[in-house]
Design a protein around this ligand. Structure first.
Ligand code: GAP
Length: 459
């Protein structure tokens, strides 16, 4: 039986906008298509997501190291990586309404997923679209140009005077920062292969068809991890990272039934294996992250284009070789969308009311606790507790409106615990803690609250 979920994209967008999670970019100027700004609540959630990722893939990972490479790189990096030659999407323009579309998306939507354009050449895609009279999603007519390829990298110029301009690129992925630093990281950490390099950072792509809120945007953040290993061990590590990536998503609270692996049917010429983990987003199943066995392609290409040897000298066997790479890559914003979709719920309460509640894992919730004085004249005691707890984690304070309304506001942003200060608190220093998910309340000494919450927010 198909599961009925309360979440829709419209509800999420509206909640995010009204509760300070995510705002449309440059809104007072009428917006800037497909850019989004994280508000006071959203930035906390996203930072927590990034912290959880870093903890799992860098901090707790044996032999993995973090870096933070520059966004602007020597342009030859993008020749070596293949991005200047072939980082493009097949675009078609509608001759009637002048809108631009990706040929693969047109086929996917037209066939309702039955035809996989990944396995088709540009000529085959064109033939399919013309034969099946695929309609333009904007105007409904079927009158497209032939396919043209369109490089997705944003370009800018480097130079201080006119005529002294070199084209440089705004990175479309963080991965190249890890590849070009392979030798420096290995030398400075004295790491032995196998070892990993992880990085979190912004990437930019001039996407032809961005959309679906923060699913596909032109500016986004990636969390990428490259595992450098010896050929022959690559298959085993590929499987290991598939499982590790999956486990990370489950631990963050994504429902197992909303996740599935999808092997790539058409592999890049250098790849030995590649798969995505897809999530059941409000608009349907779509890629959440990728795991790729990239062989020794990237390091070999950087060796060729830079002229610097990428050979690793095995201190145990004295063998010299260029390591293989298992790449795991996930968008922080796309993961945010999955977590927002998963957390959203509408619950019917006794008395006919509906409460909207975000069931985030406490580790990623923006505020771990809300401090709510029952009455304004209890504010001094409540602020004292707020100041104390704020030293340990993000807290929020609210004294406006009925206690029921204040609980609802916290439910909507996913605050896992609310602490109420009442007149008994002044007598015996006890407070009430309310659990977001069960709405049950317990009484405890105010001095025990920090330890209680700390153990709940561990990831
Ligand atoms: N280094 C490999 C790489 O960049 P990718 O499949 O192009 O691979 C990896 O991107 C992940 O980055 C995707 O699985 C997705 O989570 C995220 N991502 C890619 N393009 C995105 C976009 N335009 N907007 C938001 N997230 C994006």
């Amino acid at each position: 039986m198909e599961e009925k979920r309360a979440v829709t994209m419209d509800k999420l967008v509206n909640l995010c906008k009204s509760r300070g999670i995510i705002f449309p970019g440059s809104e007072i100027y009428g917006g800037m298509g497909n850019t989004w700004d994280y508000g006071p609540v959203g930035v906390e959630i996203k930072n927590n997501v990034k912290r959880c990722w870093w903890k799992r893939f860098v901090q707790e990972s044996d032999n993995s190291f973090g870096i933070d490479a520059a966004i602007l790189m020597n342009p030859t990096v993008w020749d070596a990586s293949g991005h200047t030659a072939s980082f493009s999407d097949p675009k078609m323009d509608c001759k009637e309404c002048k809108t631009r579309h990706r040929a693969d998306t047109l086929i996917e939507n037209h066939s309702k997923g039955a035809v996989n354009p990944d396995t088709m050449t540009n000529e085959e895609m064109e033939a399919y679209i013309f034969e099946h009279k695929v309609a333009c999603p904007k105007c409904g007519k079927s009158n497209f140009t032939n396919i043209r390829t369109f490089n997705l990298m944003f370009q800018t110029s480097r130079g201080v005077t006119e005529g002294d301009k070199d084209t440089i690129y705004i990175r479309p992925e963080t991965a190249q920062g890890e590849f070009v630093n392979f030798l420096s990281v290995q030398r400075t950490t004295r790491a032995k292969v196998p070892f990993g390099i992880g990085q979190i950072g912004k990437a930019f792509r001039n996407e032809i068809t961005p959309g679906n809120f923060i699913f596909r945007t032109i500016e986004f953040e990636q969390m990428e991890h490259q595992w450098f290993c010896k050929e022959g061990t690559d298959g085993e590590y590929y499987e290991f990272y598939k499982q590790k990536a999956h486990e990370f998503l489950l631990d963050l609270g994504l429902n197992e039934n909303h996740l599935r692996f999808k092997d790539h049917e058409k592999l890049a010429h250098y790849a030995r294996a590649a798969c995505d983990i897809q999530y059941l987003f409000p608009m349907g199943w779509s890629e959440l992250n990728g795991i790729h066995n990239r062989t020794d392609f990237d390091l070999k290409r950087h060796q060729e284009y830079s002229g610097k040897s990428m050979l690793y000298n095995d201190p145990f066997t004295n063998e010299k070789y260029i390591p293989f790479v298992i790449e795991y890559s996930i968008g922080a914003d796309r993961l945010m969308l999955a977590l927002l979709s998963e957390a959203y719920d509408e619950e019917q309460l006794d008395g006919g009311d509906t409460r909207v509640v975000m069931h985030f894992h406490p580790a990623i919730a923006a505020y771990k606790v809300a401090i709510l004085p029952l009455q304004k004249n209890l504010g001094e005691k409540a602020r004292e507790l707020y100041r104390k707890l704020s030293k340990q984690f993000m807290c929020t304070y609210d004294e406006a409106g009925s206690i029921g309304k204040r609980y609802r506001r916290q439910d909507e942003i996913g605050t896992p615990y609310c602490v109420t200060i009442d007149f008994d608190t002044l007598e015996d220093n006890t407070v009430t803690i309310r659990d977001r998910d069960t709405m049950s309340q317990i009484r405890m000494n105010a001095d025990e609250v920090a330890a209680f919450i700390q153990q709940k927010i561990n990831f």
